[in-house]
Design a protein around this ligand. Structure first.
Ligand code: HEC
Ligand code: HEC
Length: 315
């Protein structure tokens, strides 16, 4: 009896210190090492909605005409090809303007309106681009097509929403939002598209040179090559990723990564894709979890019975 009491006391002490470290010390140390950033769940409260109801037909006329969007962007959904390939775009703008087929779903509507009006402001990169110093953002600002500008912008946003797919895959979301800057080796994606199998070594090398050329343009534009995102999901917490993607400046003051303006749905798809490529065994691990716990419960029960049996009559 005495012995059992002593064992319980030891267990109590071990449990106390474990819990103390876990709840008392670890969160405190963590809060000291990492800045805590509150996100706002991709609500973009700083951008005001104009309240205008967009006209899809007129939006199409503007996007493909006076708005000049198709002068730089491809829109596969309406069979409008990109005016230049990725390499040429990289050389011209520093980065390849993304296809706009999914933009209406991928990005927040208030953000899109702000982006069309003032790209550097919406993307939070005004520290890099200042028209007063002759530093223009490569995406041209829309100055209006002669009518009510807020109405024209609402029309373009309504058009982009109308062509966006009801269901976009996680990969599409990632490619359209992040791929022009970040490679994802595990997803077999470079900044200029998928890495396909080449029949001839010569073609493979030619492709590699294209990727390197594009990366050179990107380095000049961004100041550094954006990191490969294959395993970022394991290196950073989901909270960090959410608040960083919502507003990179909140975690990394002065960074050249833009606030890309994802909608909440767009963010969830992008994160899901990063999970698929960086941690593909997570679902299997999750399924295994309950079985491991059941195993430990049964095993502990058996171990206890075994111990009782062995110690019987030894006191
Ligand atoms: C002069 C070329 C040019 C024109 C015109 C232009 N864009 Fe862009 N756009 C760009 C470039 C370059 C980028 C990529 C900028 C970057 O990643 O830093 C971009 C990025 C975007 C993005 C992605 C931004 C994000 O959140 O990451 C959207 C959406 C977009 N443009 C929509 C439009 C729409 C809508 C129009 C028409 C009103 C338009 N663009 C006109 C060059 C252009
Ligand atoms: C216009 C280019 C551009 C786009 C688009 C872009 N990024 Fe970045 N990203 C960068 C650059 C540049 C850095 C390096 C930042 C630094 O070190 O200052 C970066 C860094 C990051 C980091 C590393 C942060 C860290 O410190 O660990 C993550 C995560 C990230 N980006 C995620 C994304 C995701 C997800 C998307 C798409 C939703 C995206 N980025 C779109 C340019 C971009």
């Amino acid at each position: 009896m005495n012995k059992i009491n002593k064992e319980l006391q030891i267990l109590g002490v071990v449990a106390f210190f474990t819990l103390f470290l876990y709840w008392g010390v670890e969160p405190f140390a963590h809060s000291q090492m990492h800045k805590h950033v509150e996100g706002e769940g991709f609500a973009y409260s700083e951008f005001k909605a104009s309240g205008k109801k967009g006209n899809v037909e007129n939006g199409k006329v503007l996007v493909t005409g006076a708005g000049a969007c198709t002068g730089c962007h491809g829109i596969k959904a309406i069979n409008s090809p990109a005016p230049m390939d990725a390499s040429m775009s990289g050389a011209s703008y520093g980065v390849n303007p993304p296809d706009l087929s999914t933009a209406g779903a991928l990005y927040n509507a208030k953000f899109l309106a702000e982006l069309i009006k003032n790209p550097a402001h919406a993307l939070k990169v005004e520290h890099k681009f200042d028209p007063a110093k002759g530093k223009m953002h490569p995406m041209a600002q829309f100055y209006g097509a002669g009518g009510d500008m807020d109405q024209e912008i609402a029309d373009m946003v309504a058009f982009l929403k109308s062509i966006a797919p009801k269901e976009m895959t996680n990969k599409e979301a990632y490619v359209d939002a992040c791929s022009r800057c970040h490679a994802n080796r595990y997803g077999k994606l470079t900044q200029i598209g998928e890495t396909t199998k080449f029949k001839y070594k010569k073609d493979e090398l030619a492709h590699q040179i294209k990727v390197l050329d594009y990366q050179d343009s990107l380095k000049k534009y961004m100041g550094k090559l954006p990191p490969d995102l294959s395993i970022i999901i394991r290196a950073r917490s989901e909270h960090f990723l959410e608040t960083f993607i919502e507003n990179p400046q909140s975690q990394l003051v002065g960074t050249s990564m833009p606030a890309v303006g994802l909608s909440h749905e767009g963010f969830e798809k992008v994160i899901a894709y990063l999970g698929e490529t960086g941690d593909p065994s997570k679902p299997a691990r999750g399924e295994l979890g309950p079985w491991v716990i059941i195993f430990f419960v049964v095993f502990s029960g058996l171990a206890f019975l075994w111990k009782k049996e062995k110690w019987r009559g030894h006191h």
